[in-house]
Design a protein around this ligand. Sequence first.
Ligand code: IMP
Ligand code: MG
Length: 177
Amino acid sequence: MNTNYPDNLKILYPKQEIEAAVIRLAAEITREYQARNPLILGVLKGSFIFMSDLVRRLEFPLETDFVQLSSYSRGTESSGKIKISHDLKSPVAGRDVLVVEDIVDTGNSLAFLADYLQKKNPESLRFCCLLDKPSRRQMPVTVHYRGFTVSDKFVVGYGMDYAEQYRNLPDICVLGE
Ligand code: IMP
Ligand code: MG
């Protein structure tokens, strides 16, 4: 898809800015994880493009896995009730686990996942999020690695969707009315 977007899409972070953020995050993560063979755990589906760009800039031994959560959502609002719809396959006990997420909004998903993963006794557990919307937080979560802080806008592209559309946009866009 090219970047001649329709009128309801406004570019918030063009792909060059996203790439710069990924490079910065990869450098931070490399400093702390390069000798630890971490498990890099992507949260499907929203993180799939971010995850693939990020891990290709982590030039040290690591393993990858994915988990998918489902929240009973209505349109752009999520209800806060979360369950695992696709479980990870990798053992977590004693591992350094780094969760890769597209966006932290209310915090309900990451709070649920933190609780779920902590019960499996990882050596360490941290969260890397491309976007953070702190103004919308309902549950406290610690984001260790953050790409961008955004205000309360609904964004799509670079893996993120509205009703499963727009994940393929190369830029992060605000979805208008
Ligand atoms: P939570 O409210 O922090 O639990 O956010 C859960 C999930 O909602 C995120 O991981 C995203 O997949 C999705 N989400 C939240 N805000 C947006 C947005 O602005 N655009 C697309 N997806 C979003
Ligand atoms: Mg997500």
